[in-house]
Design a protein around this ligand. Sequence first.
Ligand code: AMP
Ligand code: ZN
Length: 682
Amino acid sequence: MDLADGPQRATLTTVKIPDEARQRHAELAKEIQRHDRLYYQEASPEISDQDYDRLYRELVDLEARFPDLSGPDSPTRRVGGAPLLEFTSVRHAVPMMSLDNTYSETDLREFFRRITERLPGEQMTYVIEPKVDGVAISLRYERGHLVTAATRGDGVTGDDVTANARTIRSLPLRIGTSAEVLEFRGEVYMSRAEFDRINAQREADGLPLFANPRNSTAGSLKLLDPREVAKRRLSVVLYGHGEVRGTNIGSHTELLAVFCELGLPGPRQVWQCHSPDEALAAIAKLDHDRHGFPFDTDGAVIKVDRFDQRQRLGSTAKAPRWAIAYKYSAEQAETILRAITLQVGRTGVLTPVAELAPVKLAGTTVTRATLHNFSELARKDIRVGDTVIVEKAGEIIPAVIAPVPEKRPPNTTPYHPPDRCPICPGGGDLVREDVFLRCTNSGCPAQLKRRILHFAGRNAMDIEGLGEALVEQLADQGLVRGLPDIFALDASRLAALERMGEKSARNLVAAIAASRDRGLERLLFGLGILHVGETAARDIARRFRTIDTLQSATADELQSVEGIGEIVAQSIRTWFNDSASQAMLRDLARAGVSMEATAPRPQEGASSLAGMTIVITGTLSKPRDEFEERIRALGGKVASSVSKKTAFVLAGDEAGSKLEKARQLGIPVHSEKAFEELVAGG
Ligand code: AMP
Ligand code: ZN
């Protein structure tokens, strides 16, 4: 315990919590949980983000006043403390089994036939539900408290991922039951929208992309820092049970009713069927409906409803006899893998690419597909010469799913990842970064081309006409060896290049010239510093304003910018400390590239809020984030709760508990008008 906290805590904890406060806290916690579920699970929020924030802030305020209210189950305590060093393993009270699965209707009919054979003359009810494509999880509640979340692992023991699972907003940390043990099984997954959001961000940050939502769910659950996991909005659906003590659940239908009653996220759709034909009809209906789901499903799961019947049917070594997964086939095709080539990205990450015998797929002819990364490649043992299954889903780039082992020709050999960069003359050194390989040579030609394209990109320096084909030529002919060379290109040189006329050469030169004034925001993004995406670049540029100030900023100063964490700050420091970066900046400056932020400076004469922490409460005449933005632009910080460090509270109409807290602590309170006068320097 922090000693400095001692006396203050002691006085606070002796404050008796009034019944209304306790009641309001319980109410708020429950409301927030409900809205979390509506928002994160059902994607149908009932209230605006602002109203949600209001509820949340009220809860935070209440807990600030009565710290005893903020038990471990409070919605404010989803994101735990320090990162873990590693996951501990957990033994499952009841093993987590896998599922038999099939693509064929014949197998499915066989599944039903075997069941009636084993349970002759019995009335059967089957339940059909979506097979969500994610990562299996076991959630253990003891007397209503979520105590453990574990991955399947080998089925007997898994990883303890409790801290990570707690960040899933649709998952209650507390349920209203007195049952001794309720262990539920389910699937953690990521919605397609969230997957796209994360990949877009990763793309902007120059990080390798996740292959699909399942992949990114698995990656997220394995992060050791729950704060990072919280940034990826994972979801969960429950569809089964493990150990149950202190209550009775007799069937799947009853289990679903329990989910409903306890506010736990259950399957999106469930059918009850009494015959194989009915089941097949439901499976077909689900195949239709699932395209409207906001998450990926890859099949239907068919289960016997009654648990006593399940018990009598038993299991094989691997999977229960009372359930089966029917997988829907995606748009897939078989073709020959002719070669595996390598692509090197802007930050040097190597991606293996499949060169295929042309094949028709989802309306297009496919000749190349991604193999994602080397660990996927090794895991699936995909070999050159193999017949492979290629899949294309929607807008997603085609991917090799698996080899067809029966069709493997003799004399194939396992694929070996390169140990040197295939593009660098002489081969750049590679380093392994979790599942990825990265070329570390800063002069790597492949990286140079990607970097130029990024620099010229629409959201960076926006140089129209500087596209892929041209960059290839410029780099290969040695006309551009680094970003500054772009500004030395002249029209006659350019006009001599392939597919360049005089007119387009002149246009390009003009576009390059115009890009000099884009400002530090875009320049910083265009430099392609690892982890520095568009938003980070903008926020940092606006805070430090010139490249010189930025260059001399410490990691701590960088981290004081809202949204900039340790990783980004470190990455920026490393980049600026590199002498090659410094030389490049000098050359860019010499070429006339602006190194100053363009965003309006704080108003002339406006007084600074530098170093002040300000809390906003109540309703103001304009959206709250506008005020937050202005406060930050003037060098201030915005906090969500009032403390002794608060410089003043900006209070609008209907300000609540924060105002009270400010009065208690003797902190100044300003109306909107007073605030305007203050910042106007009056
Ligand atoms: P697979 O991993 O392809 O063998 O499929 C089996 C896995 O599907 C199970 O272990 C679960 O993790 C997952 N799954 C997804 N949805 C369901 C569901 N509704 N019922 C049972 N398992 C499901
Ligand atoms: Zn290289």
